[in-house]
Every structure is written in C-alpha cells, then in structure tokens.
Design a protein around this ligand. Structure first.
Ligand code: PLP
Length: 440
C-alpha cells in the first residue's frame, strides 16, 4: 500500500516506463516469459512507429480491424467532430442521428431483409446479443409452453466466437483457447462443418436427433479466423441454410472477422448468396478506430419480439451501446467504402499476396499457402514449429521491420486494403526471409 500511495500519478511527473511495465496485464501472454511489449508512438496507414523510433509495416491491421490503414484522416476527423458535439448518450429511450444513419446504412448493405440493427461494443457481445435474440425468439414463440423452448446452440469444430462465458461455450473446446474452462461452461452442441459428404451426414444426423432442442446454429462464414484461418467453400453455407430451414433453427453468421470486405466481398455470406437470420459484426466496423459491435436481425426475427407482453422485449442493453463516437467512426468508414475502390483494392492485395507468398510453398517448414480476399495464410509444419515458437517468430519479423503475430500454426497476413506495393513486398519478403532462414 505504501508503495502504491507513493506512485507518481500527477500529470506533471515524468512517465517511468519501467515502473509502468509492472501494471498492464496483456492478452494471451505468459507475462513471465513473453518478450516485453513494444510501446507504439503512432500508427499511420500501414506504418507503426515505435516509441524508440523504429518503424514496422503492419501486416495485421491492428487485429484485422484497420482496413483503411491506421488513423485514417476521414475517420479521425469524424471522431473529433463527434467528440466536441457529444461523445456519449445512453440509448435506453434516446437515440441520435449517428446511430440512426449507421443502422440504415448497415441494413442497406446487408444481404436480404437483415433490417434491424442492435448496437453494442465488441464482437463477443455482438455474438452474445445474437445468441440471446435466437434463444428469446424461440421462448417468445413458445407462448409459455416450455416443451417448445429450444435452449441449445450448435457450433462447429474449430470455431472461435469470442472470450465471454457464453461465447467460450461456442469455441472448439480442444482446438480453441478455452479448453481450461470447458467443464464450467454451458454444454452446447458441437458438429463438424459439412465440407464433404461424410461430415454432411454427421451434421444431418445430429440435427435429426437434437434439432428440436437447437435454437441457433453459429458459423464463421468462409473463414474460421482465430481457429487457424481455415477456409471453406460457399457451398457449405448453402447446406447450413437449407438444414436450418428444415429444422426450424436460426442461422447466425459471425461476420465479426469476415465483414467489410476482408474476404473480397462486402460480407462473406454474399459469396454463397445466403441470408442468415442474424448477423454479428465488429472488428472492421469502425475501420479500426474504436470498439463497436452490431447484431443484425431479419424482419421475421424482429417480429418475434413484438406484442403486448413487455416480457417479449429483447432483454439486452450494454451501457455504452451505440456510442456516438463509435457510430461516427463507423459512418466515416462506410463513406470510404462508398467513395474509394476498397473492395477492388482488397482483391488486388489478395492477388498480390497469393503471387508473392507462392514461393514459400517450396519450403520444408511450410505445410500450405492459401489466400482468400485480403487474407494471406502461410501454414507451418508443426514439427518445425515445435523447434521454435510463435514468440520467436514474432521477434524475427520485428527484426525484418514488420509486425506479424503468428498464432497457432499459421502466419496470417491481413494488411490494410490500402497498403502500398512496397510495404506489401516488405511484408511478404519478411515471411520468406524468416522461413527460409531456418528456425529462429
Ligand atoms: C474477434 C472475433 C470475435 C470476438 O470479438 P471481440 O471484439 O474480440 O470480442 C468473435 N468472432 C469472431 C469471428 C472474431 O474474429
């Protein structure tokens, strides 16, 4: 306590980095052994400038969010103007034009009649809201008959949907990051993604047996992101849509990662020409400037909450939902999609990565090279990876002047769609240099 009280908290006291290092707790990091995190002074476009003056090309786009590059002036200007007008106002009973505009624009961009937009503050919470919508939709329809209530959620092997308690139960328990907690979580139904005839039959059998109990099926369309950047064919999503329809299950598309052009179309679901019943958005929603999430529902889902009974209202409401700053940033990001050839840029970045990463395929330590939209993936041979570590690889990339954060057995390149040709070359050359140079 004495030490704490003597801590210099006054604004006038010089910042002491060594002292400050004792207080932050970083995500997914063994704080005892992880390399000290690097302090960032600024991030502009695809360049991260560190406090010590070094510059790194950003190959991650700030955890897949900064599609227009970091600190885009159109977005930061919108943030500044909104900050002066009104940084926040509660949404319980009040609204504001930034949220109204954003909801209307998202509804217009989303496939089919996904017309109702529930705003929240992150991807996990957007998914929590989506699942709660599905559960309560079935409760509302059951009209008190508990027999008719469906209380399970079906998710897929390899899935990742967030870190909250509810979402941990929908992440692959052995593959995912949450296996430690598996016996404390709500038991849900895990099924294989129907990528071939055998897995399709297994999924059909699960639905035949338990479909009457299942309120919703959750899927990351086209790409299982945090699960290792595993791609599947759009046909898989058409199977899911058909099976959900025949079993009365709501289909929830988790487009938290794939939304806003990352797979080459505005939403991944478009490539399968399907309309999910509920869609969750977050990551790139504000162009990476500030946290925001959204759950979009089809008209038929929304209508399931209407009636004279107050208990039928959606029982969800995060304090900072629909934050005006975040909505202003999201509107500004959508302006950029309207005014700039962003989707063409995303596809061009993907095509360039496919070409430039191709040579890595010949390396013994590489198991696969694949690209989809503006996602470039180099999958590593696990026996080789066991001789080094993702931390060591990350350090080697820093020495090459790039910011890449290998996870599981993949190096994923998810740069801004606006990355320059030179910067992209620096990134892909770094991957080649590190992987062809032997285990770091
Ligand atoms: C990142 C992610 C989430 C969780 O979003 P947070 O904002 O980190 O809570 C959920 N689903 C998918 C597919 C994601 O990639």
């Amino acid at each position: 306590m004495v030490e704490k009280r003597s801590m210099p908290f006054q604004a006038s006291t010089p910042f002491n980095a060594a002292q400050a290092e004792r207080h932050l707790w970083l995500p997914y990091s063994q704080m005892h052994t992880a390399p000290a995190p690097m302090a960032v002074a600024s991030a502009q476009g695809s360049l991260i400038t560190l406090q010590d003056g070094r510059q790194l090309v950003d190959g991650v786009a700030s955890w897949w969010t900064a599609s227009h590059g970091s600190s885009h002036p159109h977005i930061t200007k919108a943030l500044a103007e909104q900050a002066l007008a009104m940084p926040h106002i509660m949404m319980g009973g009040l609204v504001h034009t930034q949220a109204q505009r954003l909801a209307a624009r998202l509804a217009a961009l989303a496939p089919g009649d996904l017309n109702r937009v529930f705003l929240c503050d992150s991807g996990s919470v957007a998914m929590e809201a989506a699942v709660k919508m599905a559960l309560q939709y079935h409760i509302n329809r059951s009209d008190g008959d508990t027999q008719k209530r469906r209380h399970k959620v079906l998710f897929f092997e390899g899935a990742y949907h967030g870190d909250t308690m509810g979402m941990m139960a929908l992440c692959d328990p052995t593959e995912g990051m949450h296996h430690l907690f598996s016996n404390m979580l709500q038991q849900q139904v895990m099924a294989p993604l129907p990528v071939d005839q055998a897995s399709l039959e297994r999924l059909e059998a699960i639905l035949d047996n338990q479909g009457h109990d299942i309120a919703a099926m959750v899927v990351e369309p086209l790409v299982q992101g945090a699960g290792g950047m595993v791609f599947h064919h759009p046909e898989v999503l058409r199977h899911l849509r058909r099976l959900c329809d025949s079993h009365g299950v709501l289909l929830i598309a988790d487009e938290v990662f794939t939304g806003f052009g990352r797979t080459g179309t505005f939403f991944a679901c478009e490539q399968a020409a399907i309309v999910p019943d509920i869609m969750a958005l977050s990551k790139a929603l504000t162009g990476g400037a500030i946290g925001l999430g959204a759950a979009l529902a089809r008209d038929s889902v929304f209508e399931g909450f209407l009636g004279d009974d107050p208990e039928k209202a959606l029982m969800h409401g995060p304090t900072f939902m629909g934050n005006p700053l975040a909505c202003a940033a999201a509107n500004a990001s959508l302006d950029l999609f309207e005014d700039q050839p962003r989707l063409e840029q995303a596809r061009a970045v993907g095509a360039a990565m496919a070409q430039q990463l191709e040579r890595c395929r010949s390396l013994e330590n590489v198991r696969d090279v694949r690209t989809l939209g503006a996602i470039g993936v180099v999958e590593l041979n696990e026996t080789w990876l066991a001789r080094t570590s993702t931390d060591k690889l990350r350090q080697a990339f820093i020495a090459e002047g790039v910011w890449l954060r290998p996870f599981r057995n993949v190096i994923a390149l998810t740069p801004a769609f606006t990355i320059g040709d030179e910067e992209l070359r620096t990134l892909t050359n770094a991957v080649w240099n590190v992987l062809s140079g032997g285990a770091p």
